[in-house]
Design a protein around this ligand. Structure first.
Ligand SMILES: [Zn+2]
Length: 115
């Protein structure tokens, strides 16, 4: 079994696939699972595609952020995106915090808050 991409190696950002590439991956995986009678729903499918892409060092596009908190986003090693829970417009130099994760805008894969 091939080793997963080293989650500690964050010196370079993983490539974010385009929305079109992500949707194509979801479509293909969904079709295969449906033919096999193993389709378990949209959410497990999206989770599986996210995990498969993350295993080869790719990220799914960040979701549209909620606007009731800071819009900064950050992907964990599994490729799941987290959004900052601080107030909108907080000082970015203080860093961003999503409970389980905290990060700065300097992190290679961080998406800064929208202006
Ligand atoms: Zn923030």
């Amino acid at each position: 079994m091939a080793d997963a991409v080293d989650a500690e190696d964050r010196s370079t950002a993983r490539r974010v696939v385009t929305e079109e590439q992500y949707q194509a991956a979801v479509r293909e995986a969904g079709a295969i699972l449906s033919r096999a009678g193993a389709f378990a729903g949209e959410e497990p499918l999206a989770d599986a595609v996210t995990a498969v892409l993350a295993a080869v060092g790719l990220l799914v596009p960040p979701p549209e952020p909620e606007l009731d908190t800071c819009t900064a986003q950050f992907p964990d090693e599994r490729g799941d995106w987290w959004q900052c829970l601080e107030d909108p417009g907080h000082e970015p130099a203080e860093g961003h915090d999503a409970g389980d994760w905290s990060w700065s805008d300097d992190s290679p894969e961080a998406v800064p808050a929208r202006a």
